[in-house]
Design a protein around this ligand. Structure first.
Ligand SMILES: [Zn+2]
Length: 289
């Protein structure tokens, strides 16, 4: 989301930058939206590759600074692929430069408004939201969508408390005088209460049935991979699945009995994606839809 700079500000602020594979498109969209204004900075709500993957190219094109949540800054500065979420998840994210850290309670001036940064743990333990009390605008990224809820990976990998944190974040949103939500995926919406109720219902289902949550998480990793690959031979998908640390860890705890490894699990998950129309198979080729 692009917030145009007010007259006394250094330029515009972009909240999250999309995926690295779409970055040329993002540059063009941002350039036309800027209408000659300078892009001063990108603020990342969290460092999943669909939220910070465009940073590198935007920095190159516009010289924008990158602000990242304090809890992730050290890792992002070191950029050891194996330690970063996208490395764990077998995803693509070009390296970018971190200029500044931001944290809960801080205020960011953008668009003539004072945006308060709020903690949004759950989906990502370090995630932040931005709230402008004057207009009631809340930028939630993956902490609240219009429908459903984002996976809480930590909860599935031996760090209990993730679901509690996700619910804590929903409670925090419910207490705010929010008039419009700008989520990280999908259009903005005004009906906050039904979105909160839906998200709570999903989290409750996952709490009652962690294996369901794990299957959803694994399927989401596979779908994300297919979005990146766009089209590849089935063997390529399965080789990817065997080499992804997060998928292996999920399989070790939650993989269905009788599967010999994450590759075999991925084959079952792929069948589910195919059945739901979220992927297509043509001969030996798998196509993302
Ligand atoms: Zn995310």
């Amino acid at each position: 989301m692009l917030i145009h700079g007010a007259a006394d500000e250094e330029g515009a602020l972009l909240v999250d930058s999309g995926h690295g594979l779409d970055s040329q498109q993002t540059v063009e969209t941002v350039r036309s939206a800027l209408q000659g204004q300078r892009l001063a900075a990108i603020l990342n709500t969290h460092l999943h590759p669909d939220h910070c993957g465009g940073n590198a190219r935007l920095q190159q094109q516009f010289g924008a600074q990158a602000y990242v949540p304090l809890g992730e800054a050290a890792l992002a500065r070191r950029w050891e692929e194996a330690d970063l979420f996208h490395g764990q998840a077998g995803q693509y994210c070009p390296r970018f430069r971190v200029h500044r850290t931001v944290q809960e309670g801080e205020r960011i001036q953008a668009g003539g408004r004072s945006w308060e940064l709020l903690a949004a743990p759950g989906h990502d333990p370090h995630a932040l939201m931005l709230f402008d009390a004057e207009s009631g605008a809340l930028i939630t990224a993956d902490a609240l969508w219009a429908q459903g809820a984002a996976v809480v990976m930590g909860e599935l990998l031996g760090e209990p408390g993730g679901l509690d944190a996700a619910e804590w974040t929903l409670d925090a949103i419910a207490r705010l005088p929010v008039r419009r939500v700008f989520p990280g995926h999908g259009p903005c919406f005004d009906q906050v209460a039904p979105a909160l109720a839906q998200a709570r219902a999903v989290l409750q289902r996952w709490r009652a049935d962690p294996a369901l949550h794990a299957r959803h998480a694994a399927r989401a990793l596979l779908k994300f991979h297919l979005m990146e690959a766009r089209q590849e031979p089935l063997a390529g998908t399965l080789i990817w699945a065997c080499g992804v640390p997060l998928l292996r860890r999920l399989w070790e705890r939650w993989g269905p009995a009788g599967t010999a490894g994450p590759g075999e699990w991925a084959q079952l998950l792929l069948d589910e994606l195919l059945a739901r129309g979220l992927a297509r198979r043509e001969g030996d080729e798998i196509l993302n839809i």
